[in-house]
Design a protein around this ligand. Structure first.
Ligand code: IMP
Ligand code: MG
Length: 185
């Protein structure tokens, strides 16, 4: 736990270690490399939560890919999504005719991604798939969302680390842990 003791003290437990994460990210990179052979996909990082996952994932994909970034915010409390989504930073480049892979940290209710994928398809993407580090299927509220790639299914608990935050903190934890409810209650 190398120097992050103060942050680790706020966790109930470590759910996924850096080694487990790295192994899954490598596997996913290989799968995307196979699935997109001969293509030049655009990988879209959803800021800020997916930044750490994104940085690791792109280096495991052996294709002439390009990158873009988008920031969205969903109104709501610190631990729950409201369903209203706002674009804070849009893509720099046009995605018309492109094979797009949206890279997200976690799919919870699915409301954020369901909204986002509709917007991106309206812009004429040739194809669009979602790669999420974590999936909480028990909490899904939308029916029309397919998570094409995900590294881990996790139980209904609030997790932080490896890019995921609570009130913008804990993103720099190298592992993923369940946050102690005493922190947000
Ligand atoms: P959704 O629209 O409910 O799927 O919300 C997805 C977004 O909520 C993610 O991109 C995260 O920013 C945030 N989120 C959901 N669950 C967690 C969690 O357990 N830890 C940290 N952020 C979360
Ligand atoms: Mg997020």
């Amino acid at each position: 736990m190398d120097g992050h003791e103060e942050l680790y003290n706020d966790l109930e437990c470590v759910l996924l270690t850096r080694e487990e994460i790295a192994a899954k990210v490598q596997e996913l990179g290989k799968q995307i490399t196979r699935d997109y052979a001969g293509k030049k996909p655009v990988l879209v990082c959803i800021l800020k939560g997916a930044a750490v996952f994104f940085a690791d994932l792109i280096r495991e994909i052996s294709l002439p890919l390009t990158l873009d970034f988008m920031a969205i915010s969903s109104y709501g409390s610190a631990t729950k999504t409201s369903g209203v989504v706002r674009i804070l930073k849009d893509l720099d480049n046009d995605i018309l005719g492109k094979d797009v892979i949206v890279v997200e940290d976690i799919v919870d209710s699915g409301i954020t991604l369901s909204y986002l994928t509709k917007i991106l398809m309206q812009r004429g993407a040739k194809s669009l798939r979602i790669a999420a580090l974590l999936d909480k299927p028990a909490r899904r509220k939308v029916q029309d969302l397919t998570v094409d790639y995900s590294c881990f299914n996790i139980p209904d608990a609030f997790v932080v680390g490896y890019g995921l935050d609570f009130n913008q903190t804990y993103r720099n934890l190298p592992d993923i842990g369940i946050l102690s409810p005493r922190i947000y209650e």
